[in-house]
Design a protein around this ligand. Sequence first.
Ligand SMILES: Nc1ncnc2c1ncn2[C@@H]1O[C@H](COP(=O)(O)OP(=O)(O)OP(=O)(O)O)[C@@H](O)[C@H]1O
Length: 325
Amino acid sequence: MNRFYQSPCPSQCWSQRLRRLWQPEYITTHSVRDINFNIESGECVALVGPNGAGKSTTIKMLTGILAPSSGTVTVAGFDPQRQRRDYVRHIGVVFGQRSQLWWDLPVEDSFRILQALFSIPDSVYKRQLTLFRREADLDQFWRRPARTLSLGQRMLCEIAASFLHSPTVAFLDEPTIGLDLEMKARMRSLIRQLNREAGTTVLITSHDVGDIEQLSQRLLLIDNGQLKFDGSLPAFHAYAGEGNWWAVRLSGDLSAAQAVLSAHNSGLPVRVQDDWLQVARHDSLPFAELLQLLAPFAIHEIKPVAQSLEELLHRYYLTGKEVQG
Ligand SMILES: Nc1ncnc2c1ncn2[C@@H]1O[C@H](COP(=O)(O)OP(=O)(O)OP(=O)(O)O)[C@@H](O)[C@H]1O
């Protein structure tokens, strides 16, 4: 699918401005370009990418808010734009900043209205509420108007509201934004339960690496409107990572030791981070040989280190490194 926008060309001088009054010219910006993916029922997939990458545009096309400029979108057998009325009964949507609760009404009343709007049978309503009471401790906020809830309490209610009709697919855009550590943990536990217990397919966008690592089995990385990676988290580590490293703390001269390793014929990358000398782990420099090379510098401590997902994503966002799925 593609989504592009046309905006008027900026004019440099008054004659250009005048001409464009009757001869308008436009520039085309692609928000999403040739994105193609398929998500299986019951999966929990993270959609990630730097600011302005095209994540929200993708979610808006998947939820039927925006139509693709070209290409097709099918979710749970529906065309989200053309069959919007029926489609919304099958999806749950949380946009971090937007509320679906009635501000002045107690949470319970908002839920009752949603039950009526979505024609949710009593049996489904009760089953979902039991789950929310257990996982989100909903009873605490049940009789309170939404406007009196803290951000974290309101977000828990938002998630519960969006899952009330037991949707087939849920789209969660930054569901943990602005939450403290305890609230984040509760929110993630709730989403996990809804994905695993109720079998809801979840597509989540988040800049919080914890959300991605703790919730999703698969990563879709969008950059500059294009899908750059589609695969599991371990696969992303393997493709985007620089591999693993040995970190060594020495009492001898750090820069001299760095020079020795850099001169080794394996040509492995060597760096210094926070007083630790690091060298890439690879068969071309066996551990015994590494110990031998560093023996003159008095090794204090040596340990293996692996890059975190945060480091990998950060490096990708900085360098735009191409990775394959
Ligand atoms: N209505 C619009 N007109 C012109 N350009 C737009 C419009 N909506 C979005 N864009 C552009 O499309 C690109 C993708 O925007 P989008 O909101 O999808 O990014 P995002 O990945 O969700 O970013 P963020 O993480 O900051 O929310 C951006 O460059 C944005 O400026």
